[in-house]
Design a protein around this ligand. Structure first.
Ligand SMILES: [Zn+2]
Length: 241
């Protein structure tokens, strides 16, 4: 990282035109700020953990760019570490969310005891083995025990767990268990259909393959008839190909 402490120092002691220019240059370096000094003084760096993480991610991307033989200083790549870090923060924001905050009291005592199913919830996740995307559709159902949750919250729960490093099997189970936890329903069923970029773009290179996982809790596990009803309701040709 470029050290600007000297130019900043001279700005303080000899305010002249060139020093002003160098200060402007200093202020304009948005993506690579000097984090060690302020006007030549070493300051207590009071970055939030998020900013620290972002800087670390940016540094890692720069290393990866060099590792593949690229020149991180060439024009097209100058902002790439920042973009990748921001994308990664977005794609893993599920780590900083909690079920409690997400549901935010949107649980209602409706006395409803029939199946609630939200089908075809798009999701995008990253596999924890390759940090490559896997994406597809989730189908989430539960049979209430009086209590229901706002329908959009089911999609939010899928989103929260998807935006972490995952394996599809665990993701499916976590969604089911989350609904079990917040509603204590008679049962929960989650089916996820996904295509994995780590299988499509590399490895076995099978772009047409897709993976189905399911998690059944309570009555969906115990009662064939209930499970069959659910599977009948979601049976369809996946439309993401
Ligand atoms: Zn993978």
């Amino acid at each position: 990282m470029t050290d600007f402490s000297n130019s900043s120092n001279s700005n303080k002691t000899n305010p002249d035109i060139s020093a002003t220019v160098s200060t402007d240059v200093y202020n304009n370096i948005a993506t690579r700020p000097d984090r060690n000094t302020h006007n030549g003084q070493v300051v207590n760096i009071n970055l939030s953990p998020e900013e620290v993480n972002k800087q670390q991610m940016m540094d890692s991307v720069t290393i990866m760019l060099k590792s593949v033989g690229e020149d991180p200083e060439r024009e097209g790549l100058l902002k790439t570490p920042k973009r990748v870090a921001e994308a990664m923060q977005f794609l893993t924001q599920g780590y900083s969310q909690s079920l409690e905050k997400l549901v935010n009291g949107a649980i209602f005592d409706e006395g409803h005891n029939e199946m609630v199913l939200v089908r075809d919830i798009d999701f995008f996740s990253l596999c924890e083995h390759h940090m490559l995307p896997f994406m597809g559709r989730a189908h989430v159902a539960y049979i209430p025990n009086q209590k229901v949750v706002g329908l959009s919250k089911l999609a939010r729960i899928v989103e929260m767990y998807s935006r972490r490093l995952q394996v599809q099997e665990r993701l499916t189970r976590q969604i089911a268990e989350a609904i079990q936890t917040i509603l204590d329903p008679q049962g929960v069923a989650v089916v996820m259909e996904a295509t994995h970029m780590c299988m499509a773009m590399r490895g076995v290179q099978k772009p047409g393959s897709w993976t189905v996982t399911s998690a059944m809790i309570g009555i969906f596990q115990e009662e064939n008839k209930t499970r069959e009803e659910f599977l009948g309701l979601i049976r369809h040709k996946p439309s993401f190909f």
